[in-house]
Write a protein that binds this ligand. Structure first.
Ligand SMILES: *[C@@H]1O[C@H](CO)[C@@H](O)[C@H](O)[C@H]1NC(C)=O
Ligand SMILES: *[C@@H]1O[C@H](CO)[C@@H](O)[C@H](O)[C@H]1NC(C)=O
Ligand SMILES: *[C@@H]1O[C@H](CO)[C@@H](O)[C@H](O)[C@H]1NC(C)=O
Ligand SMILES: *[C@@H]1O[C@H](CO)[C@@H](O)[C@H](O)[C@H]1NC(C)=O
Ligand SMILES: *[C@@H]1O[C@H](CO)[C@@H](O)[C@H](O)[C@H]1NC(C)=O
Ligand SMILES: *[C@@H]1O[C@H](CO)[C@@H](O)[C@H](O)[C@H]1NC(C)=O
Length: 432
């Protein structure tokens, strides 16, 4: 696929005033091309565990129920009153990004064999690297560092399945890369399918999987992606075709967002229209999203036994198409950004509050408890962390000529890996 479809929208986007739908249109035009490549999915997690007590920082953070006093280590150099993370009491939304060059990602795009070229920014020529050294510090609590061994222990004997779109696939790849390097070569494997990809850690009898379902519900653009959003039709009340692959999984992690943001109304149908897909109704995105999410919630409530299965929902991953949002009207989408935008509570046009409201309302009424991985606020700040032109399209890394056209070709939707999704997984692990 060529990059052409995004051009006109983008041009407008860059001339100052821009309507949200137009931004979204650029977004989607780009999305449509980015989604044509190999599809994979991931899903899984490790439930039933909770840190109950709130010990102060300074104790070693153990993912153990019972804390052992002899293991406490006092770090005399830093006085920090924040509590050890407790998902019941700590909110991951309120925090700040702190730069610390001695923080290093657990993997690189050369060390991890499971990363898609699409997100391998360094390999694809991204020159700056500060974006790798930021840590999300939440206000009242400390978020435990990600520990691969603890993670694999929690996943022992379990299937973890990530379900959703390519942002979710990024989270899956990030998690696989953050644990795979402690597993010997002959103890791990991957089986890639069109919709369903399975990474296995044999000695742990654990799998970390991804299932591609960008809308969660069924559409005519799931496996055979339709580039033109106007031609996509969603069956907002049908999910069984996908959901049969989710049964019996121990930990499910869902997301869906960016595909809804095409800037067009969503062609939706449900029930048994006599003329099938042709009988669609055009719905505003949040309205269609609400019906679809209820369909999903209903499936979860009717099919998931909360004593056996943990369910997570990753909130929307923001896009950064409009640099005026972060007070840089001269910017070129996110292309020029090498630092996060640190303004407290920053929320741009690339995260739709209406959709967030729908998510909150639907989840609140569910029978099965769903743990929210609320990554939107923290990700809002990371205007610096997208793949930009250091990505690929149609299976090929951008040519120098394409790279030079930053205005049209900067992907400000997907994240470089290592990068922001590593922090999502840090949060995921803290909830597991
Ligand atoms: C604490 O851990 C140490 C070593 O891991 C062990 O020897 C000791 O018995 C533990 N103490 C308690 C109270 O569990
Ligand atoms: C930076 O990170 C290192 C390694 O985790 C840590 O030891 C150090 O205290 C941090 N520095 C600051 C200023 O937080
Ligand atoms: C391995 O894990 C699966 C669930 O993923 C479970 O059904 C099976 O019993 C486990 N096997 C062993 C040997 O623990
Ligand atoms: C889950 O466990 C609780 C307590 O053991 C029990 O009362 C409940 O019926 C179980 N729910 C299901 C769906 O099995
Ligand atoms: C953004 O990057 C482009 C391309 O490298 C450069 O020409 C332009 O001056 C930069 N703009 C700003 C505001 O830094
Ligand atoms: C996620 O956090 C934002 C604040 O950053 C909040 O407005 C929103 O309601 C939260 N979403 C959910 C589903 O809890």
């Amino acid at each position: 696929m060529s990059l052409a479809p995004s051009t006109s929208g983008t041009m407008k986007a860059f001339r100052g005033k821009l309507h949200f739908p137009i931004i979204m249109l650029c977004t989607i035009a780009f999305v449509s091309l980015l989604y044509t490549e190999r599809i994979s999915i991931l899903l899984s997690s490790n439930p039933f565990f909770k840190i109950k007590s709130c010990s102060k920082r300074g104790s070693v953070i153990k993912n153990d129920d019972h804390r052992n006093a002899t293991e406490d280590k006092i770090d005399g150099s830093v006085v920090d009153d924040r509590f050890v993370f407790d998902p019941e009491e700590c909110s991951v939304e309120n925090g700040k990004w702190v730069f610390n060059r001695s923080i290093k990602p657990l993997y690189t795009d050369s060390s991890c064999p499971y990363l898609d070229r699409q997100v391998s920014c360094h390999k694809n020529g991204r020159p700056d690297s500060d974006y790798l050294h930021w840590e999300w510090q939440i206000e009242d609590c400390t978020l435990p560092r990600f520990d691969p061994e603890v993670t694999l222990e929690k996943l022992r004997g379990k299937r973890l399945l990530f379900v959703g779109d390519s942002l979710q696939r990024g989270q899956w790849q990030s998690l696989v890369c953050m644990v795979e390097f402690i597993i010997p070569e002959d103890q791990k494997s991957i089986r890639r399918g069109r919709a369903h990809t399975v990474f296995k850690a044999k000695e742990y009898n654990a799998s970390i999987e991804f299932y591609w379902a960008p809308f969660l519900v069924e559409s005519n653009s799931d496996l055979h992606i339709i580039g033109n959003p106007k031609e996509r039709i969603l069956k907002v009340d049908s999910i069984a075709k996908h959901a049969k692959h989710w049964e019996g999984v121990d930990i499910l992690v869902f997301n869906t967002y960016v595909w809804w943001m095409s800037g067009y109304t969503i062609k939706s149908y449900w029930g048994s229209f006599p003329n099938g897909e042709e009988g669609y109704e055009e719905l505003e995105a949040p309205a269609a999203y609400r019906i679809a999410l209820k369909t999903w919630a209903n499936w979860v409530d009717s099919n998931v036994n909360p004593n056996k299965t943990r369910v997570f929902f990753t909130t929307m991953s923001p896009t950064h198409m409009r640099s005026a949002d972060w007070d840089n009207p001269e910017g070129m989408r996110c292309f020029n950004e090498t630092k996060p935008f640190l303004k407290k509570g920053f929320w741009g046009t690339g995260s739709d509050k209406r959709v967030m409201r729908v998510v909150a309302e639907v989840l609140k009424r569910m029978k099965v408890p769903v743990s929210v991985l609320n990554v939107t606020q923290m990700s809002n700040h990371r205007v610096d962390a997208h793949t930009k032109v250091y990505t690929e399209t149609g299976g090929k890394v951008l040519t120098d000529e394409q790279k030079a056209d930053v205005l049209h070709n900067s992907d400000c939707i997907h994240w470089c890996l290592p990068g922001v999704p590593d922090t999502w997984n840090q949060i995921f692990l803290a909830h597991l």
